[in-house]
Design a protein around this ligand. Structure first.
Ligand code: XMP
Length: 319
């Protein structure tokens, strides 16, 4: 019988049998899959688990602190936080091509993770949040930007280089099963039911070259959008929602001042499989509120637009 309890009990036994008294390393991103693996492994083997959390400077507002507070402070998981903002932004300097940006972010992630991993003694296992759909996708070797990064994060050069054996406790589970297990393991439900967030993060939501200052602007705008979606009980009704930073300026009047400032685009979609999507028909009053808050509260933004492009022809992300 499938119940979260049964699955957890089974997984704990399997993990313990597999790794014994060995040490396990996990790259924790704060996404659902790696978070559930962290919680599961922590329950199975406690301090034999070390997580590495790479802050690439392209996370959402307060995200790094949130990951640390959930795992390190509340659950007592050993998490090493690596502040790699300088390194990522340095590598992205002068680069504006979307695929190039993805590649750089993926490769830099591996480098940073590798550096950190090599400092930890006697690790024999690398844990990964591979879930059943990932297994199928890799087998089919389909192409697409999500999978390129997925393959970096999930099955990249790490195991070979570091001679680590793989432990993948979610390999047979679908996303909704992973979520139910996560809740059962005590993870906050906002974390478990969060919209997907791409590996390259805000790096593909700041169009063109990534500037630290623009990342800050985008973070503030995105936070307002998400906060209002939650407040209006709309968050769970859309599949994914976020703000995009457009590196163009438009004229506006904010307060009594003429402003020549940046544009923020809001994107919200409804979809089951993320292969096709329709733009979410959010209430006008709601959009009005979000727009006012962004223009009033986020310095350097004078205009907000709402993306009404479906997929196809548009992709969900802007890059
Ligand atoms: P698109 O933009 O292709 O996005 O319609 C479909 C879904 O995939 C996510 N996405 C990514 N996820 N690395 C990821 O891990 C990526 O490079 C990437 N690009 C897009 C996107 O957020 C959406 O959920």
């Amino acid at each position: 019988l499938w119940t979260p309890d049964n699955i957890i009990e089974d997984s704990l036994a399997t993990i313990r049998a597999q790794v014994g008294t060995d040490k396990v390393l996990l790259g924790l991103s704060g996404g659902v899959d790696s978070s559930v693996v962290a919680a599961l492994l922590h329950r199975a083997i406690g301090d034999q688990l070390t997580c590495v959390f790479v802050d690439n400077g392209l996370l959402r507002l307060g995200e790094g602190d949130q990951v640390m507070s959930t795992f390190a402070r509340h659950m007592g998981v050993r998490v090493i936080r690596v502040d790699a903002e300088e390194r990522f932004l340095g590598r992205l300097k002068g680069v504006s091509d979307p695929e190039q940006k993805r590649k750089i972010i993926g490769n830099t992630f591996i480098e940073v993770f590798d550096d950190e991993a090599s400092k930890i003694q006697d690790v024999q296992w690398l844990a990964q949040g591979t879930i059943y759909p990932d297994v199928i996708e890799s087998a089919g070797a389909k192409s697409g930007k999500a999978k390129v990064i997925k393959s970096h994060h999930n099955v990249g050069g790490l195991p070979d280089d570091m001679n680590l054996k793989l432990v993948e406790p979610l390999r047979e589970l679908f996303k909704d099963e992973v979520r139910r297990i996560g809740v059962e393991l005590g993870l906050p439900s906002e974390m478990v039911y969060r919209h997907p967030f791409p590996g390259p993060g805000l790096g593909v939501r700041i169009l063109g070259e990534v500037q630290r200052h623009d990342a800050h602007t985008l973070r503030l705008a995105d936070h307002i959008f998400i906060e209002e979606l939650r407040r209006a009980d709309l968050y769970d009704q859309v599949s994914q929602a976020f703000a995009v930073f457009l590196p163009v300026r438009s004229v506006g009047v904010v307060g009594d001042n003429r402003q020549y400032a940046h544009v923020i685009a809001l994107r919200a979609v409804e979809t089951l499989d993320f292969m096709t999507a329709r733009w979410a028909h959010l209430p006008y009053e709601f959009l009005d509120l979000v727009c006012r808050r962004i223009v009033n509260e986020v310095p350097g933004v004078s205009r907000v637009v709402y993306d009404i492009t479906g997929k196809p022809p548009g992709t969900i992300e802007w890059e």
